[in-house]
Design a protein around this ligand. Structure first.
Ligand SMILES: *Cc1c(COP(=O)(O)O)cnc(C)c1O
Length: 296
């Protein structure tokens, strides 16, 4: 699968607003620079699913997500570029005014099908979808091929020197992929953005071929749950942008950067730690916020 603008990805030094701990060195991997609306990690998670779909000669990709889903939009774009038809099954009753995410997905040629929350929960496949012709990708791209794709995120960078890799986790697929590439003495810190999604550790382990002893999932920074937020999160995101010119999204990366900043303040990381924070993109989702909340 074709990857767009991967040469734009950089590793930048990062200092947090209000933190002055000189014993901790933090850098950020800017996957968000791949594309302004097509989320960073999603390209990596999709690549091997699409390769398999092509191999199986499937013409249409079907996947699931919410009205502001980064995964839905990235799938629509990737399908357009790689000449697949795409169908997005969207959680909730049909709405008249589509979100900007869904409008954009439609522009990429995706067919939008709404599904009530009950059927969605049960991952019902609508009758109009012929499963012989379609290739199904799970919600959020969860699965082994997604993890193998995510394990290529760090491939073009020298990362041995980092003691901790830090990322946001929704389904945990990216976390599983990142873990695959780490050495035994590097740690992966995954900030879960869902409330009390304690099964995530087993979900991550189910995708791994290797040891998992260097995984830590932290559940304390969900701000009320998936896509929920509090004023202090928005304030932090604005401060981070002013201080270090790093835009974040309120669903994933804002919570990640907030968590890491807070953990540094609480002396969670040993002295001389070198952190690599994965900016996994997702900025398009900020369009669901009222105008003026964010300064970027
Ligand atoms: C989807 C997404 C994640 C979560 O990835 P998972 O593999 O589902 O854990 C993190 N950050 C951003 C910006 C995303 O869009």
């Amino acid at each position: 699968m074709q990857l767009i603008n991967s040469e734009n990805i950089t590793i930048d030094n990062l200092s947090f607003p209000g933190n002055s701990d000189e014993n901790i060195n933090a850098s950020v991997l800017r996957l968000d620079k791949i594309h302004p609306v097509i989320s960073g990690n999603k390209w990596f998670k999709l690549r091997y699913y699409l390769d398999e779909a092509k191999y199986l000669n499937k013409k249409t990709i079907v996947t699931y997500g919410g009205a502001w889903s980064n995964h839905i939009l990235a799938t629509a774009a990737a399908c357009k570029i790689n000449e697949f038809n795409s169908i997005g099954i969207i959680r909730g009753e049909e709405i008249e005014n589509l979100s900007s995410t869904l409008l954009q997905a439609k522009d990429f040629g995706m067919k939008i099908v709404f599904m009530n929350r009950n059927d969605y929960q049960n991952k019902i496949i609508p009758l109009e979808i012929n499963t012989d012709e379609c290739y199904m990708i799970a919600e959020g791209g969860y699965g082994k091929k997604g993890a193998i794709g995510a394990s290529t995120i760090l491939k073009n960078f020298t990362v041995e020197n980092y003691t901790h890799i830090c990322c946001a986790a929704g389904t945990g697929t990216m976390a599983a992929g990142l873990l695959n590439g780490l050495s035994a003495d590097q740690k992966l810190i995954a900030i879960s953005v869902l409330k009390n999604y304690l099964e995530i550790e087993n979900k991550i382990k189910a995708l791994l071929e290797t040891h998992t002893k260097n995984l830590t999932v932290i559940h304390d920074y969900h701000f009320g749950g998936y896509a929920k937020y509090k004023p202090e999160l928005i304030q932090f995101m604005n401060d981070l942008y002013t201080h270090s010119n790093t835009p974040t999204d309120f669903v994933y990366t804002g919570k990640l950067f907030y968590a890491i900043s807070d953990l540094i303040k609480k002396n969670y990381f040993p002295k001389e730690s070198k952190l690599l924070i994965i900016h996994s993109g997702g900025l398009q989702g900020n369009r669901s916020l009222n105008k003026g909340k964010l300064i970027f």
